[in-house]
Design a protein around this ligand. Structure first.
Ligand SMILES: [Cu+2]
Length: 288
């Protein structure tokens, strides 16, 4: 049951990331229907794989379960039929027109093996509910400065990662590749700087997400590893912000005129003081 929960957890995480459709479809495999055989006749897949048969022959054929549990119906030349195999089993099928359920004539087999079990050391994919502070993350719209962004604040229940996700062409968050990655310690952190692996134009959206650091500590292992997104009440801890235009460059150095004008003023001031003092001295002498 542990592996089943792991698979469900992984699917949940993918769904939260907007990859639900891809996760539901799982792996894909194909079989070519020829006159009068299936190619390959025996196909090996892992549970969850969707197999698509395509009639590349000239004659009509069918893909019919030997046990009668499912049937493609008539497949004319060029037609396709898909079926997802969720359970480990050896599934025999045949063509109603050119074979028999017993496996004689035009027949094939799909060998469905259990999905790869996770190593026992790996915790369930869905991060356990935190017992410490409630994880959170915040970041505001900002320019990219020296190839970095700054996450204003992070609260993590355990050591983990800030994985900066970027958006795909369809505007959905990409699971991978990341825009940038930085480790984050358990507890509260402020102004965590994350170096980006690529540049982004103003207007781009970035989504720093809190992940745990499990498995090999110090190595980001996700997807396909234990460094899953942290969840609070079933929601991943993520914040999205927009990249703003870079701040205006520093103003140029003061013009040369200012550089020469300043000493001139001081020379004039000094001259005035001297003249003033001289006048005072002259008046005192006359008065004496
Ligand atoms: Cu046939």
């Amino acid at each position: 049951m542990k592996s089943a929960r792991t698979i469900i957890g992984f699917a949940l995480v993918l769904a939260l990331l907007g990859f639900g459709r891809a996760a539901a479809q799982g792996a894909a495999a194909s079989v070519s229907i020829l006159d009068f055989k299936y190619e390959p006749a025996t196909l090996s897949v892992t549970a969850g794989t969707t197999v698509t048969w395509t009639n590349n022959g000239a004659a009509p054929h069918t893909v019919t379960a030997a046990d009668g549990s499912w049937d493609s119906g008539n497949l004319d030349a060029g037609a396709t039929f898909s079926k997802t195999f969720d359970t480990a089993a050896s599934v025999a099928y045949y063509c109603k027109y050119h074979g028999a359920a017993t496996g004689t004539g035009m027949a094939g087999t799909v060998e469905v093996t259990a999905a790869q079990a996770q190593p026992t050391a790996v915790p369930p994919t869905a991060a356990p509910a935190p017992s410490g502070p409630t994880p959170s993350i915040s970041a505001s719209n900002q320019p990219i400065v020296n190839g970095t962004i700054t996450v204003a604040s992070v609260v993590a229940a355990q050591d983990g990662w800030i994985a900066v996700h970027k958006m795909g062409p369809d505007g959905k968050m990409l699971l991978t590749p990341l825009a940038g990655l930085a480790p984050v310690k358990a507890g509260s952190s402020s102004n965590v700087v994350v170096k980006l692996d690529e540049s982004f134009a103003a207007g781009a959206m970035l989504s720093p997400m809190l992940h745990i650091d499990a498995g090999t500590i110090g190595t980001y292992e996700f997807p396909g590893g234990p460094d899953t997104p942290v969840q609070v009440d079933g929601n991943v801890v993520v914040v999205s912000f927009t990249v703003t235009a870079a701040a205006a460059p520093a103003p140029p150095a003061l013009p040369d005129t200012a550089g020469t004008a300043a000493p001139t003023i001081w020379v004039l001031a000094a001259a005035l003081v001297l003249v003033g003092l001289g006048t005072l001295l002259l008046r005192r002498r006359r008065a004496a």
